[in-house]
Design a binder for this molecule. Structure first.
Ligand SMILES: [Zn+2]
Length: 459
């Protein structure tokens, strides 16, 4: 009996060693395979894409389920192999889009992203894995796509699309998909597509809603025809501010893939004159007919004023990334640093800390003894919230005695909403509430987590 146990243990050890060796070998192979996709840091001229003259037996097997569709058929499949698609942004929209385009057999995929993979991306950017954190998103996406279909040519670009490189890049592709999440990039991609005559399949997703349109396609409008003037930067919300349920960009990215495949295979898209709106809450799609191409459009109209790419960050008044979206609404005297606030806190100096984030964010994390009144409540002058504020200010005044103006420090996630709140509170001071001295805490709780308390959660 004891001998049998010993024997089994030995066998088990042997198997475990064998498994470890296999795992090691697999990891090595995967690593070398990932490395075989070369990352591009600038735009280079590509060799022309020839596509397939006929389908191989392997192609027939791989694509058999879609070849059976009369809407696609052999000709449609061959057309896909001759088509190159540029995906601008390998995030929540770009990941499912790239995945389905590669799976369907598009000839060449350009995958562009300036960013690296982070843990907070993974709930929606499903081509990347935990082991890809810190890696260029374009490379991570290209490696994943190559594992799915090694016959698709993948070109990962780790760079920021700019007025200097956009035309040269976009001219080399047949169809462009905008999967970016900021306004300057949308105008840049649009103008580059109009100037190079390429259809633009554009989508967006935020919170529980998504949108999709095909621009500059078969005489339809371009993005500028519909939005000649960019929105004020402070009215634009992105996923890192507003949040998004991962499956929503997933659905919209799949929708983009569908329209790209219809255009590439020769069926054509029906989204050139309409906006598709997806409401995840009600599980409903709505189609809105768009106004037609405008003769007065600055880029695709009869007398265009935009005949080359311009400075889109200046045009939109905001940065072409979803990072460093920093508003600057206040003077230096109206702001303090997180270090300043830390010493105020430590010295137990009487003050009011006002957290103006929505309740859902306060539930994630907050500083002790902060009073939560969301910015929206201040903007709308919500009665019960104003009453609460009045009470706290008057308590503070009582506590401080004398004739001074109680200090109010305003905080939010990144220090943008808090600046708007300071402006509102300054208007209220002395009229709707007792006189107060209001200051913004620069950089908000993100700066607090980075500069003061490393254990404070970041989201
Ligand atoms: Zn236009």
């Amino acid at each position: 009996m004891a001998q049998e146990v010993c024997g089994l243990k030995a066998q088990l050890r042997e198997k475990e060693e064998e498994i470890a060796a296999l795992k090691n070998k697999l990891a090595q192979l995967e690593k070398s395979r990932a490395a075989s996709v070369e990352l591009h840091h600038r735009v280079m001229p590509l060799t022309p894409l020839t596509g397939k003259a006929a389908l191989s037996n392997e192609d027939i097997m791989r694509y058999s389920r879609q070849l059976l569709l009369p809407e696609l058929g052999v000709q449609g499949q061959l057309n896909l192999s001759k088509t190159s698609v540029l995906i601008v942004g390998c995030g929540g929209l770009g990941c499912p889009l790239a995945q389905y385009l590669a799976a369907a057999g598009v000839g060449r995929l350009g995958l562009l992203d300036y960013d690296e993979v982070e843990l907070s991306n993974l709930h929606r950017q499903v081509l990347h894995g935990e082991e890809n954190q810190g890696q260029a998103k374009a490379l991570s996406a290209a490696s994943a796509v190559q594992r799915l279909n090694s016959t698709v040519e993948c070109i990962p670009y780790h760079l920021q699309l700019s007025p200097e490189n956009a035309l040269q890049l976009i001219q080399q592709y047949d169809i462009v998909a905008d999967c970016s999440d900021n306004v300057p990039t949308r105008y840049l991609v649009n103008d580059a597509c109009v100037l190079s005559g390429k259809p633009l399949v554009s989508a967006s997703a935020l919170r529980m809603e998504g949108q999709l349109t095909v621009y500059n396609y078969h005489g339809g409008p371009c993005y500028r025809c519909l939005y000649p003037v960019p929105p004020p930067p402070e009215t634009v919300t992105n996923c890192s501010d507003g949040g998004v349920l991962g499956v929503v960009p997933g659905i919209m990215g799949c929708f983009q893939a569908l329209e790209v495949l219809k255009i590439a295979s020769g069926q054509g898209s029906s989204c050139g004159q309409q906006l598709v709106m997806f409401d995840a809450q009600d599980a409903r799609f709505r189609l809105i007919r768009l106004r037609p191409k405008q003769a007065s459009c600055a880029v695709c109209g009869e007398n265009p004023s935009v005949t080359r790419l311009v400075d889109y960050e200046a045009f939109c008044g905001s940065a072409a990334t979803d990072k460093c979206r920093k508003l600057n609404l206040l003077s230096k005297e109206q702001r303090i640093t997180v270090q300043d606030y830390k010493s105020i806190m430590d010295s137990a100096e009487p003050h009011l800390l006002l957290d103006v984030r929505p309740l859902v964010e306060v539930d994630i994390c907050h500083l002790p003894s902060s009073l939560n009144i969301p910015l929206s409540s201040l903007e709308e002058r919500k009665r019960e919230h104003l009453q609460l504020l009045r009470e706290r200010v008057s308590q503070l005044k009582h506590q401080m005695a004398g004739d001074c103006q109680p200090p109010v420090y305003v905080i939010c996630k990144q220090g943008n909403d808090s600046q708007k709140a300071v402006q509102i509170l300054e208007k209220m001071s002395g009229s709707e509430v007792d006189r107060v001295t209001v200051k913004d805490i620069c950089g908000g709780l993100t700066a607090w987590a980075r500069g003061i308390d490393r254990t404070f959660p970041q989201y």
